[in-house]
Design a binder for this molecule. Structure first.
Ligand code: C5P
Length: 339
């Protein structure tokens, strides 16, 4: 009973931002599936669908370089409604199969496969999983796609396989997979500190003035490690931008534009002219504010009104850019569909 209660906590605590869809050969009634899904055994062939959302960094203050080579951060992150779809199928053998719509990600190096492998090694459940990953979030783009996929696998398998794992251990495993992975266990709006893995949820208070988020992905991919390696000490901040943005959000005010700051942006614009060019074109097309997300190269421009967001999108698309018109997305019961 106690185990079931604990698992229930993991389920409620961590399924906030994944849209789950379980298809089970034995249960046709939605009601029955909902009632029994927490207790029933898994059988090979059972299927679980998950959506793994992208993020933007509303702020990214880099405070300095740490002794372990990572950088100390203060970052306000938000999940957005651009998502990858994962289909997990239970298989007889205790191994991980990884199939991705992007061939170069169809291997065990994929962070999602790695996440499943860690749980198999830790719990030896007696069966394995085939992961089919339909990528929509651009890769190496500063949108956290790989981290979100890995977090989705951790959360889904922990629940689906009824693993006796506490929230804290799931968080520790997530942090070992990557600095951003713990954020995606919950998603929503959060303050991320340390190297990014210390996550404090913030109230669901995304400002109306930033209601529509136009993303532009320049036609290059950037390595996070590479971007941090070239970061200059003059781009370090004391974290004041993130603090100011959090105060504004808590008070229901739109944040000051200069506080929507990313310490990595200046260096990325300097080293990668195509990103600087894309930013200039977004501004020229009518955006009033354009910022880098994470380590880039994706840029985002917030808008209060859909009409202007669409106008800017059409203009930059006509220039050949890859764009996505999105919004902040909050996890909640509405995102959980079990049938
Ligand atoms: O944690 P993750 O594996 O995603 O980080 C990728 C690389 O980005 C790290 O190896 C490190 O070079 C850099 N990084 C950093 N400081 C952080 C996060 C990442 O320097 N806070």
């Amino acid at each position: 009973m106690l185990t079931k209660l604990c698992l229930g906590t993991v389920f409620i605590g961590y399924f906030r931002h994944f849209r789950i869809c379980m298809l089970d050969k034995r249960f046709t009634s939605m009601h029955n599936a909902r009632m029994s899904h927490a207790q029933r055994p898994r059988i090979p062939g059972d299927v679980c669908f998950i959506s793994a959302y992208a993020k933007i960094n509303l702020t990214l203050d880099v405070l300095g370089r740490r002794a372990d080579g990572y950088h100390a951060l203060t970052s306000v992150m938000q999940t957005i409604d651009l998502f990858d779809t994962l289909c997990l199928t239970a298989i007889e053998e205790e191994r991980v199969e990884m199939i991705c719509s992007i061939p170069e990600l169809s291997n065990e190096q994929n962070l999602a496969a790695h996440a499943a492998r860690v749980l198999l090694d830790r719990f030896s459940p007696g069966y394995g999983v085939r992961i089919e990953l339909h990528k929509r979030i651009p890769m190496a783009a500063g949108l956290g796609g790989g981290s979100s996929d890995a977090a989705a696998v951790l959360v889904a398998l922990a629940n689906w396989w009824q693993l006796p794992i506490a929230d804290q251990e799931l968080h520790t495993i997530a942090a070992q997979l990557g600095s951003d992975v713990p954020f995606f266990l919950q998603g929503g709006l959060a303050l991320c500190e340390g190297r990014g893995e210390q996550v404090t949820a913030l109230p669901d208070s995304w400002p109306r003035s930033l209601r529509w988020l136009l993303l532009l992905k320049p036609a290059i991919g950037l390595s996070t490690a590479e971007v941090f390696r070239h970061l200059s000490a003059r781009d370090y901040t004391d974290g004041a931008h993130s603090k100011a943005v959090i105060s504004a959000l808590e008070e229901g005010r739109p944040p000051d534009e200069q506080d929507i700051h990313n310490s990595l942006e200046r260096g990325v614009l300097e080293r990668y002219p195509e990103v600087a060019q894309a930013k200039a074109e977004m501004l020229q097309a009518g955006s009033s504010l354009v910022r880098l997300s994470g380590s880039g190269p994706t840029l985002f421009a917030p808008f209060a009104e859909l009409a202007l967001a669409r106008q800017v999108q059409e203009r930059v698309q006509a220039r050949g850019y890859e764009t996505y018109l999105t919004r902040a997305i909050y996890p909640g019961a509405g995102y959980l569909n079990v049938f």
